[in-house]
Design a protein around this ligand. Structure first.
Ligand code: ADP
Length: 373
């Protein structure tokens, strides 16, 4: 797995049970996954030579992020090591404009969008705003994550600096949504597909803070439509491995695609305890072209809450309260240095009562961050 973050770290947990030897290409020997994987190569996964040296001898290469350049992936494939997902599929998770154009061509529902031209961007935005209404959403087509690279603007010149900085930008209609959902599916090279229950994701300041599975009160037909949509996109784009489709449930009750990720996804961390097969195991099964595992839930509700860094880096001191307070809550830490606002771990609660299960996850996550409630 190229990339040494928490997704690779949690993939290692699944690899252990499967008896699969995971090699990781990490940027540094103290990266989240590098701390727990025996076979670590330290290098730059965006550098062709480092990627090629790392891939040599692997049965298959996969990724814990979207940032490996397509040409380098193609070079690895040309050397005889399959990459899953492949470069042609991964493009759609690397470039939001490429994704929007392709999904629209496939008839998948998307917000109105356009590329922002280099000449007279303000005039273009003014016209787009006249057609679709204000505010608008500006997005860097590449390189954004956790809301970095997304700007909501109320007038054409609100981000004038950005418009002149030479960043490739697209603009989208600002969607009024009821809530955000995510559809997580896996697809193997053989062509088998598997879909997890549709979840609700709750974001604060562009960062996902909570995931509820299944999305409470979601209409059964709409849930099935979201699963079909994600399986269809995985098939049409030739995705191998996991595909997460981030969705908006609009005020009118329809679905719009926000974006795609082709790797284990934050919206799927709940599956470690909340599904028969965790997303990390499923990703390994899919990229190794093994039969996929059951996505059956293990509880009526599973709630995952991300733990963000607070002011006090001594998180471990707070384990005592959290574990004594609720022996059913599961704590996951990523072995990352604590910085305010940084995702450093997550907690999961399972239960039959939604409000209570949310409260248990919330309490544990807040306490781990702040040491109080
Ligand atoms: P990132 O790649 O940083 O995750 P996203 O494209 O997922 O960026 O956008 C981050 C968040 O911004 C979304 O989760 C959503 O809350 C909000 N957002 C993105 N696009 C739109 C839109 N067209 N209308 C309204 N809100 C949006």
């Amino acid at each position: 797995m190229a990339g040494g973050g928490q997704l690779a770290r949690m993939t290692q947990q699944a690899a252990i049970a499967l008896g699969v030897s995971l090699r990781v290409l990490a940027a540094a020997s103290n990266d989240s996954a590098a701390r727990v994987v025996a076979d670590v190569r330290v290098g730059d996964d965006r550098a062709a030579d480092d990627l090629q040296a790392f891939a040599k001898g692997c049965d298959v290469v996969t990724f814990d992020h979207e940032h490996v350049p397509g040409d380098h992936i193609r070079a690895v494939e040309a050397s005889g090591v399959p990459c899953r997902p492949g470069a042609d599929a991964l493009r759609h998770a690397q470039d939001k404009m490429v994704m929007r154009e392709r999904l629209s061509a496939l008839g998948a529902p998307c917000p109105a969008f356009a590329r922002v031209p280099a000449s007279d961007p303000e005039g273009f935005l003014a016209e787009f705003g006249r057609q679709h209404g204000w505010p608008l959403v500006l997005k860097a087509t590449r390189g954004g994550y956790d809301g970095k690279g997304v700007w909501v603007i109320s007038s054409p010149d609100e981000e004038r600096d950005l418009l002149t900085r030479g960043v490739d930008l697209m603009v989208e209609q600002h969607v009024t949504f009821r809530r955000e959902l995510a559809a997580l599916v896996a697809r193997s090279p053989y062509g088998q597909g598997a879909a997890y229950p549709i979840v609700e994701t709750v974001q604060e300041g562009g960062i996902c803070v909570e995931v509820i599975s299944p999305a409470p009160g979601l209409d059964g037909d709409l849930a099935a439509e979201a699963q079909r949509l994600a399986l269809g996109v995985a098939e049409k784009l030739g995705v191998t491995g996991l595909l997460a489709v981030e969705l908006f449930e609009t005020a009118e009750g329809g679905l719009l695609v926000n974006e795609l990720a082709m790797r284990p996804h934050n919206s799927g961390h709940w599956t470690i305890e909340g599904a028969r097969t965790s997303q990390f195991e499923q990703h390994l099964r899919a990229v190794l072209d093994l039969p996929l595992g059951s996505t059956e839930p293990t509880a009526p509700f599973t709630v995952m809450a991300n733990v963000l860094g607070g002011d006090d880096p001594d998180v471990y001191a707070r384990y005592f309260h959290v574990m004594a307070h609720d022996p059913g809550v599961k704590v996951h830490f990523y072995g990352k240095d604590v910085r305010p606002g940084r995702k450093i771990g997550h907690v999961t609660a399972l239960g039959g009562d939604l409000a209570e299960t949310r409260e248990r996850a919330r309490h544990a996550a807040d306490y781990l961050r702040w040491g109080k409630r």
